[in-house]
Design a protein. Structure first.
Length: 288
């Protein structure tokens, strides 16, 4: 984990994205020393919501996590959000952006209005932490919430305004899966709509997660598809290039195990596909 972070920093990655539950809870602890070695070299995003079993035990001992939330492994309880963020600050040194992680999981509390209420409460805590200069801003990292209609970009902005008590708010980022497997955000953005366009129009940074769909896309990258994207690329670089070329996308999140892999990706991303080229790719997938 720490070596991968050093590779990313040497490669000039503008963002490092992590979460308390990544690497069985060790990701933030391993990243902290590396980030302190390179102050100001990158911006750091983490998340709140999921946790490991040992983190749950600590939070329950502190009285900030309920038995119900501990049982399902996810919580948006304001006390727990605050505790997770403060722990992240301690481990990482600085937190530029905190994503509320898969808030659609909070749908278990009941109807849609209850989910939005939980989100508003979490946003209120994060607004307070921004005011205290503990974090730079906050966002939402979702897997299915936008796609399945648990909330919209416009509703998230409204909830942030309500949480801040004014028109001004610090909801500054949206993260969602964008890939040639989950390509609806790409086709929507090519047509001038969808959540990425809506988020960017609202002044937010947009982040693509899972551009290779957890590696699943690599098996689907035929030589013909690679040639259509850009001849000569590796399957990983071709899939990454297609995702990163999506209109209204600011940051594509990826990982690599060597500096060579980073260089391979960087060379591909140096010349994004045009809208026409990307549309040919999505049209081919739609008819294939």
């Amino acid at each position: 984990m720490s070596e991968a972070a050093r590779i990313a920093l040497r490669a000039g990655a503008p963002w490092i994205d992590t979460a308390p539950n990544y690497a069985d809870g060790m990701a933030q602890q391993c990243l902290g020393p590396v980030l302190r070695e390179h102050p100001g070299a990158t911006q750091t995003a983490t998340k709140t919501g999921f946790f490991t079993r040992s983190q749950a035990q600590t939070a329950m001992a502190l009285g900030v996590l309920t038995d119900e939330d501990a049982a399902v492994g996810h919580s948006l309880d304001p006390r727990f959000v605050c505790q997770q963020v403060e722990e992240a600050r301690e481990q990482l040194g600085r937190v530029d952006l905190v994503f509320v992680h898969n808030p659609e999981r909070a749908a278990r509390y009941g109807h849609r209005a209850a989910l939005h209420g939980r989100l508003r409460e979490a946003f209120a805590v994060l607004e307070g932490l921004v005011q205290l200069r503990r974090i730079g801003g906050y966002g939402v990292a979702t897997w299915s919430g936008l796609r399945e209609g648990a909330f919209s970009v416009a509703e998230l902005v409204t909830l942030a305004r309500e949480a801040s008590g004014s028109e001004g708010h610090h909801l500054i980022g949206i993260q969602m899966p964008v890939s040639l497997i989950m390509d609806a955000p790409i086709t929507q953005a090519l047509n001038g709509g969808g959540p990425l366009v809506q988020a960017q129009d609202a002044g937010m940074l947009t982040f693509a997660s899972a551009p290779l769909h957890g590696g699943e896309l690599l098996d689907a990258m035929t030589p013909e598809l690679i040639d259509l994207i850009r001849p000569g690329l590796s399957p990983g670089a071709a899939g990454l290039l297609a995702a990163a070329s999506c209109p209204a996308l600011d940051v594509v999140l990826t990982s690599a195990s060597s500096l060579g892999h980073w260089d391979d990706a960087a060379k591909a991303l140096a010349a994004p596909l045009t809208r026409e080229q990307l549309r040919r790719v999505t049209d081919e997938l739609a008819t294939g």
